[in-house]
Design a binder for this molecule. Structure first.
Ligand code: FPP
Length: 252
């Protein structure tokens, strides 16, 4: 039986989140409010991401996951998709050396099949170069959708059952989790979404089952280290029960 709360001690409940995941929303509205093209918002969003990686590292956050491009984002106008892919390429080309120097390990989640060879090559390179780093983990969700990830995991699990590697009767939540893109990654403790929208938008559907959510009104390009500090503070004031009861209420 899988007891989600069993792995979490009382001290863990109140400490700095080990894993923060961010839905970086509002780039388009940030640009529009300034009379700028949407790409300007995405560019400013990349700068906010740079600052956030540094701030997260300063906070002692071990894992930072960012929703860079969803499996549904392909339906945006072709020019915007091209711009977003271009920004990802620039980000990796320009920032990889600094990330590596700072000891950041880069990991990419999402479906890599069918991606253009140059993008796939850059993602592979970022992971390979930084694979032994230990200061912090930056997880980039790219061509990522939570439902798609679960479907791909189910397919892999079925193949493993057919190959006799997994006993179908012994499948539990941990078995399926081991086939997700996030198999080696702890579940997010805190999910932050900017821009005032209050949705998960297909982000980490499985992994966010017991996450705390903090929704902030600012557009992503305006997100600063003090917004991160605020979100962490709100998180640490929350009481996480993982479906159980608070220790002080056990006897009631
Ligand atoms: C949501 O804003 C943001 C995105 C769809 C992409 C986020 C991408 C970046 C911050 C830059 C690229 C990332 C990397 C890793 C280089 P929106 O466009 O949906 O904003 P809107 O809701 O105001 O229109």
């Amino acid at each position: 039986m899988h007891w989600p709360g069993a792995r979490h001690s009382e001290s863990e409940r109140m400490s700095t989140p080990e894993h923060v995941a961010i839905i970086m929303d509002g780039n388009g509205r940030w640009a529009k409010s300034r009379g700028l093209p949407r790409i300007a918002g995405h560019r400013a969003g990349v700068e906010a991401l740079r600052q956030t990686v540094r701030a997260a590292s300063d906070h002692g956050i071990r894992w930072l996951t960012v929703y860079a491009f969803s499996s549904e984002n392909w339906s945006r106008p072709k020019s915007e998709v091209t711009d977003l892919l271009g920004l990802l390429k620039i980000f990796i080309r320009r920032d990889l050396a600094e990330l590596h120097q700072s000891g950041v390990r880069v990991k990419v989640i999402g479906d890599r099949q069918g991606l253009a060879t140059d993008i796939k090559g850059l993602l592979d390179e970022a992971e390979a170069l930084t694979s032994l780093n230990t200061a912090m983990n930056l997880v980039i969700a790219f061509n990522y959708g939570g439902r798609d990830e679960i479907v791909r995991a189910a397919r892999k699990l079925v193949a493993a059952v057919k190959a006799g590697q997994v006993d179908a009767d012994s499948i539990d939540a941990d078995t399926l989790a081991n086939f997700l893109d996030t198999a080696e990654i702890p579940d997010p403790d805190l999910v932050i979404r900017t821009s005032g929208e209050m949705r998960l938008s297909n982000f980490l559907l499985w992994q966010a089952a017991y996450s705390e959510f903090v929704f902030l009104p600012c557009y992503w390009p305006d997100f600063t280290r003090s917004d991160l500090a605020h979100a962490v503070q709100v998180y640490s004031a929350r009481e996480r029960r993982f479906g159980g009861v608070a220790p002080r209420d056990v006897a009631l």
